[in-house]
Design a protein. Structure first.
Length: 351
């Protein structure tokens, strides 16, 4: 099995930033960089059939992971998969409906005991095979990221059975029944540690924990359902892989981000495009690397709006530890030519 200590890791700019260095121009990758905005992705997706079929097909998952690397030469590739493979591996029914997104069998908290995290690896075997294939095919200088969904965000989908505007069903379940909800979080923490550790076993250099719905919680619930589970995942992963590099992305957390950094022990945090650069420079970058935070809409619009956005991120955050990225995933309506323009502008930047 490959490992992040293999020959070539010293050449990976993004790993240098995660280790504490400031690099300029900064390394660059974007969330959802293998996605529907690319015609080659759409062709491969059509070949695969369903979305989960694509996630569980090692050959095709490898192909779509590599497509944006071939086209743009990003400094990092991220495993093509989905945060909901964990509930699927835990035995919950998961489907992706065109135009509607994920649909799950809603989970009643009284049935959490039926979930078995010890059984996930058989279902996720094709994902681990894809990880090995991808690492073997990537350029030596390219960082390879594994990932999982954070327990809170994954739980919101498991409870509601789908995405909702405010993930209210999970909040209505957690507030009156915190002990039952905690049992679900415990299962997801255990599964996430095992899943991330296997990704590193098979060749991932670092991992990212996506907590898309972290920003909807008050500070007390944020501590319980975001910070505490993430802290346990980071500690559990490093008990298996000492020194494992972890990026946290608790979207929309604003002033609570400082607590998240201090308590979880992550090496970097993703920041969305609403985070003021002055606040990030003063309170976040002195502690960890930051990843972000261009508004994805600027990649849709292109032109001057894109150029100005790129320049502002570089001017605002480029003196510290920065991994250039978007503030959330690239959207399907983005023009691939605009992404090429973005990469070229970042790479040509000078202090």
């Amino acid at each position: 099995m490959a490992s992040p200590s293999d020959t070539g890791v010293a050449e990976r700019k993004m790993m240098a930033v995660l280790a504490g260095e400031s690099v300029f121009p900064p390394p660059i990758w974007v969330m959802r960089q293998a996605g529907r905005y690319l015609p080659e992705y759409r062709a491969t997706r059509a070949e695969a059939g369903g979305f989960l079929d694509l996630c569980y097909n090692p050959k095709l998952a490898t192909e779509v992971t590599l497509q944006p690397i071939r086209r743009y030469g990003f400094d990092a590739a991220i495993l093509f998969s989905d945060i909901l493979v964990i509930p699927d591996a835990l035995g919950r029914k998961v489907a992706f409906q065109e135009g509607e997104g994920p649909v799950l069998e809603p989970l009643d908290l009284t049935r959490v005991g039926e979930l078995d995290p010890s059984a996930i690896h058989e279902r996720l075997g094709p994902v681990y095979e894809a990880v090995e294939r991808i690492r073997g095919a990537l350029p030596r200088e390219t960082t390879f990221l594994g990932f999982c969904g954070a327990p809170w965000t994954v739980a919101t989908y498991m409870i509601a059975g789908r995405g909702t505007p405010d993930q209210g069903p999970a909040r209505r379940a957690a507030l009156p029944h915190p002990d039952g909800f905690a049992r679900l979080i415990d299962v997801l923490v255990e599964a996430s540690i095992a899943y991330l550790a296997r990704q590193i076993d098979h060749g991932a250099d670092a991992v990212q924990i996506f907590d898309t719905w972290a920003g909807i919680l008050d500070e007390y619930e944020f501590e319980r359902w975001v910070i505490e589970p993430t802290t346990r995942i980071v500690a559990g992963l490093r008990a298996i892989h000492p020194g494992a590099r972890v990026i946290g992305f608790p979207k929309g957390t604003q002033a609570l981000l400082g607590r998240y950094i201090v308590e979880t022990g992550v090496d970097a945090v993703g920041i969305d495009w609403t985070m003021p650069h002055g606040f990030v420079r003063a309170h976040i970058q002195p502690r960890v690397a930051v990843q972000g935070n261009l508004d994805p809409m600027r990649v849709v619009i292109g032109g001057r709006a894109l150029d100005e956005g790129v320049d502002r991120v570089l001017e605002g955050l480029g003196l510290g530890r920065l991994i250039f990225n978007l503030g959330h995933g690239i959207t399907p309506d983005a023009d691939p030519a605009n992404m090429a323009r973005l990469v070229e502008r970042v790479r040509a930047a000078r202090r």
